[in-house]
Design a protein around this ligand. Structure first.
Ligand SMILES: [Zn+2]
Length: 300
């Protein structure tokens, strides 16, 4: 099911430093690997990013390396590929991003996502739709939606796909158990403490859910209204998103986190997202973090 929404996304190339030249869909509807399987098979740069393929001095020159000399018909394919690439201009100063191909302006739209899935009978489980609240940045709600279905690149998933060896699946945080999506985002004692701190921030008593979907049920069963309700839902998405992005900083930049640091980040994100989207000017980020009781009384 996670694949369905992924099909709607294309990469928008800017710097080209985070998009894989062969593997990702960034030039048309298919990956270059799918369109030029022979060239991909012969490539000596299968994992390379777009930016690493292009010549710094001359952006029209692409640095292909193959494992043997190409046959004439393969040279023809390379010629075709080069023509396709001739329109590409990298923008060094801005980051690559995702765009949603089913909307007119290519931005991600939750409403369009709904109708698209219903059109294509993608809805195996309507319960999952309740995860879309259109309260937080779409990428964070999308991430939660994928996370409850185990469709995120946690280490056990990467092992299953053959991306990393089986003996490298140890959890980034606790370094003792396997890093499955549900372990990483919920059951790991490190993540569990983060959830518990967020629940304590709300002065609530925590139950013991088995899955992220059950955590969401817990969230949905508490009937808040107005601003309080928006902040409450934002806390769910911000917790999942912040655990994940912190984990990535640990993996890729070797950052070491404390529970407290991540909890503060979650609270700050809730404040920034809600203040930004609902134009809440009378309360500061610190009011959200340190005086949630006052925010909860606000009617909008
Ligand atoms: Zn763990």
């Amino acid at each position: 099911m996670g694949e369905c929404i992924i099909q709607g996304f294309n990469f928008k190339v800017n710097s080209g430093t985070t998009i894989k030249f062969w593997e990702h869909k960034w030039l048309g509807e298919e990956s270059l690997r799918a369109v030029f399987p022979t060239l991909y098979g012969l490539s000596a740069q299968k994992e390379v990013m777009i930016a690493d393929m292009i010549n710094d001095q001359d952006q029209n020159y692409w640095k292909f390396q193959f494992t043997r000399v190409l046959q004439p018909w393969e040279e023809d394919q390379l010629q075709t590929l080069s023509q396709l690439l001739s329109v590409v201009q990298l923008q060094d100063d801005s980051e690559d991003c995702l765009q949603w191909k089913w909307s007119k302006d290519l931005s991600f739209s939750v409403k369009l996502a709904y109708s698209k899935w219903e059109d294509q009978s993608f809805l195996e489980n309507k319960e999952l739709l309740s995860l879309w609240r259109n309260i937080c940045p779409p990428k964070t709600e999308l991430f939660a939606w994928m996370a409850v279905q185990d469709c995120i690149a946690a280490k056990t998933v990467l092992v299953r796909r053959g991306v990393i060896p089986g003996d490298q699946a140890t959890c980034t945080f606790c370094k003792s158990e396997e890093e499955s999506p549900s372990h990483l985002l919920l059951h790991c004692h490190f993540s569990w403490e983060i959830w518990s701190e967020i629940i304590a921030w709300w002065n609530l008593v925590w139950i013991c859910p088995q899955s992220l979907m059950q955590v969401f049920h817990f969230w949905s069963n508490i009937r808040f209204r107005n601003l309080e309700k928006l902040c409450w839902y934002a806390s769910y998405y911000a917790t999942i998103w912040t655990i994940w992005t912190s984990r990535n900083e640990s993996v890729f930049k070797h950052k070491v986190w404390t529970v407290e640091e991540i909890v503060e980040l979650v609270k700050t994100r809730v404040a920034i997202w809600i203040k930004g989207k609902y134009d809440i000017k009378d309360y500061s980020v610190d009011d959200f973090r340190c005086n949630l009781a006052a925010i909860r009384r606000v009617r909008i």
